[in-house]
Design a binder for this molecule. Structure first.
Ligand code: HEM
Length: 410
């Protein structure tokens, strides 16, 4: 790939700036207008890419731009459990083959009724009017229920082991900010708890398969413990890497997306009214929500060789953030990017970068879209006129873009 040499002024960008987290769009507008490439601020030594076309070309150039040090700002060490999102081809090709089957259209569709029933169950417990933190009561449990189903784990058992807390604290994903020692410690604890929880589950499912009590394609864990490539099985460390990653990748992100759309529809009452009047717009509303408020600001790559990014000279293995959320607001990608309009055609919004781009594109995208669509449709059916109570608290500054809680009344 040729070096990216677009014009650039000297710009800085800070994921961890609370002002940015409060309202990301003005920062993205500035970056898109003036700074295709910017430099991380303060102790955070990274660069960031803001425009749609540059993000896409970096994602395509996998020989140059690697995921081997992980998708966050922190550099993964070689002995940590890793899977998919922190491996490069050809290892990545094999892993995708193994996991992709678990995300087949037919399988995802088979989860639909269960997700709808579960969403209704959560709402049925609520009185006819009241006040609630919808983030905790609704957006968190739905994706956790789904990921447990996918992995073949009992949700009640998972809850008893603190799964919900891992998500509420965003515990594992906060590993991404290496400068925050307190959070890194919480994340490390969550990682150990996760390993301690999953290790016996792997053995349990292997034993059940050996005893003829479970099928190899019963769930994601059985697929992983039986998967072979060229006669070699996946190591336990690798399988734990998959489980830990899926838990975070599949839950915190979708949770954030649901809450973000609840918030956004409140802020745009005419759009909400349109959706209530015309429920068939739900897929378009979900896509517009994902484009407008991407749950993940951006994720990182490192360069395999020294290169240039605009006017910046990058040493080998420099962390570079691909700002999906910014690419989604690029006027070269979409007309009137600041307009939140749930009737935009899917063929234009679907190309958003919220699920990444290229070989690492999210494998759970269809599942996530379905979960968000069901969650929002059911919520609007129960309380079409919900209102926000007070100002919601943004989640702590991080690569995730959402809220810690969202109080609503109906
Ligand atoms: C709204 C919800 C979601 C968002 C915003 C999201 C976002 C992303 C992004 C941006 C990537 C690309 C990572 C990179 O390029 O480094 C990714 C990868 C991935 N996501 Fe998601 N995701 C969501 C939901 C899910 C769900 C529900 C699952 C599974 C249950 C899932 C599984 C994965 C997997 C397995 C990958 C790795 C693909 C690879 O590296 O080949 N995601 N996701």
């Amino acid at each position: 790939m040729k070096e990216l040499m677009d014009k650039n002024t000297s710009c800085t960008f800070d994921f961890f700036d609370p002002e940015f987290q409060q309202d990301t769009h003005p920062t993205y507008a500035r970056l898109l207008e003036q700074c295709p490439f910017s430099k991380g601020k303060g102790e955070h030594d990274f660069y960031a890419v803001s425009r749609y076309k540059d993000i896409v070309s970096i994602c395509k150039a996998t020989d140059m731009w690697s995921s081997k040090f992980g998708p966050g700002l922190r550099y993964y060490s070689p002995d940590e459990p890793r899977a998919l999102v922190n491996v490069d081809p050809p290892e990545h090709d094999v892993e995708v083959q193994i996991v992709r089957r678990a995300f087949s259209g037919a399988y995802i569709k088979s989860l639909e009724d269960g997700i709808r029933d579960y969403s209704r169950e959560l709402l049925a417990d609520l009185p006819d009017s009241g006040e609630i933190d919808i983030h905790r009561a609704y957006s968190i449990p739905i994706p956790l229920y789904v990921i447990c189903k996918l992995l073949g784990i009992d949700y009640a058992d998972a809850k008893a082991h603190g799964f919900d807390d891992w998500v509420i604290n965003n515990a594992i994903s906060t590993v991404y900010d290496p400068a925050d020692e307190e959070k890194a410690a919480i994340a490390a604890d969550a990682q150990s708890e996760m390993i301690a929880y999953f290790t016996p589950k792997l053995k349990e499912w292997s034993d059940r398969i050996a005893a003829g009590d479970a099928a190899p394609d019963e769930n994601l864990i059985t697929r992983l413990v039986t998967a072979e490539h060229e006669g070699v099985k996946l190591s336990t460390n690798k399988i734990l890497g998959f489980c830990g990653f899926l838990l975070v990748a599949g839950s915190a992100t979708t949770t954030t997306a649901i809450t973000n759309l609840v918030y956004r529809l409140f802020r745009h009452p005419e759009q909400r009214a349109k959706l209530v009047a015309e429920p068939a717009l739900i897929a378009q509303a979900v896509e517009e929500g994902l484009r407008y408020d991407a749950p993940v600001h951006g994720l990182f790559r490192t360069n395999n060789r020294p290169t240039k990014l605009g006017s910046y000279d990058l040493e080998e293995n420099t962390k570079v953030a691909l700002l999906w959320a910014s690419g989604n607001l690029d006027p070269e990608f979409i007309d009137e990017p600041e307009l939140f309009d749930i009737s935009r055609e899917l063929k234009s919004t679907r190309r958003n970068l919220t699920f990444g781009y290229g070989i690492h594109t999210c494998l759970g995208a269809s599942l996530a879209r379905m979960e968000i669509a069901i969650a929002i449709a059911e919520l609007l059916a129960k309380m079409p006129n919900y209102e926000l109570v007070g100002e919601p608290k943004p989640s702590t500054p991080d690569v995730m873009s959402g809220f810690e809680s969202l109080m609503i009344k109906w």
